[in-house]
Design a protein around this ligand. Structure first.
Ligand code: NCD
Length: 327
């Protein structure tokens, strides 16, 4: 990395980023990680900036993570959720946006059940918009924190094999993740029940496998997606037990993986369905690390979107690349 950082005008979709911008986010997050890991303290980087968290759909870790990320950078944070706001009285999205504009916010982090809501918001507001998950469409910061976590363990992701298994159809994480991994040169394989594969998956530029057991041994990362029942209005698979047997990340399957291969999940998990409790709690799983890394990555994104004069940063090499060891 150089001492030059690109300005990222908004973060709505990984599709709008190039490899250099993704790398800049990861390198910046690497530098911010010690602050994210600290249980106390902050840096004054975004003092005076107001970040609005506009959460129109349920969220635990993403919302808390964005909140903490902004606070660690000394931004003022205002939290807005549909419940308890005028949205529940029928206020339109446009009027909500205009209200935020009138309040003088500097950045809006938006989560919505509607695909396209962040883009719509960007049409109403002249401040950077950060997508915290919209419908089935995108969840760019989740993808960035995931590739950040992979890179910390595996070093350069070029040629690394990532298997994503589960409910791809309803997953904004899968859509963003595939794009981020491809930008970094990784090889992606999707495995899913045929009913949970998107119809246009052949255009994603990834391999699609039918049998999880055939691909686990070569995987550097096994990434389990949540079965998204709230988005299912009919039966997509016979039973949870059947699902767990065929597509679940189980101890037997993990035992056949390479010794340094990782197990990941975006959370929240359905233990016993897409991942067994013993795997989720094992040393192979980096699921809680993903959460901590999420704070650093969101700090990096806020910083690159909001800081007008990014400070100079030291050349940054991820620890695994430096030492050849797992961080
Ligand atoms: C993901 C989401 O909301 O899309 N979760 C998250 O942000 N931590 C994945 C999911 O809900 O399955």
């Amino acid at each position: 990395m150089t001492d030059w950082l690109p300005h990222i005008p908004r973060l709505i979709s990984i599709e709008e980023l190039d490899t250099e911008q993704v790398t800049a986010v990861l390198d910046t997050a690497e530098q911010l990680l010690p602050i994210a890991q600290r249980r106390r303290g902050s840096v004054p980087t975004l003092r005076g900036k107001v970040v609005c968290n506009l959460f129109l759909e349920d969220s635990t870790r993403t919302r808390l993570s964005f909140d903490l990320a902004a606070k660690r950078l000394s931004a003022e944070v205002i939290n807005f959720s549909a419940k308890g706001s005028s949205v529940s009285k029928g206020e339109s999205f446009k009027d909500t946006a205009l209200t935020l504009d009138a309040m003088g916010v500097d950045c809006v982090v938006v989560r919505s059940g509607s695909s396209g809501a962040p883009l719509q918001l960007a049409g109403y507001l002249d401040v950077p918009i950060m997508n915290a998950g919209d419908g089935w469409h995108q969840h760019p910061t989740q993808a960035l924190l995931d590739v950040f976590t992979m890179r910390r363990h595996l070093g350069d992701l070029t040629g690394r094999r990532v298997v994503i298994v589960g409910d791809v159809l309803h997953s904004r994480v899968a859509r963003s993740e595939v794009q981020a991994l491809k930008l970094l040169g990784a090889h992606v394989t999707l495995v899913a029940p045929p009913t949970l594969l998107p119809p246009a998956v052949q255009d994603w530029g990834v391999e699609v496998a039918r049998d999880l057991d055939e691909v686990v041994a070569d995987a550097d990362v096994l990434y389990a997606l949540r079965v998204q029942r709230e988005r299912m209005h009919r039966a997509f698979f016979p039973s949870s037990r059947e699902y767990a047997r065929i597509w679940g990340v189980t101890g037997d399957r993990v035992a056949r993986m390479k010794p340094d291969a990782l197990v990941m999940h975006p959370g929240p998990m359905n233990r016993g369905v897409e991942i067994t409790g013993d795997v989720a709690d094992s040393d192979r799983a980096v699921i809680t690390e993903q959460v901590t890394n999420g704070i650093a990555v969101r700090m990096a994104c806020l910083y690159l979107l909001l800081a007008s004069h990014p400070p100079r940063v030291e050349p940054c090499v991820p620890p695994a690349a430096r030492t050849g060891e797992v961080a």
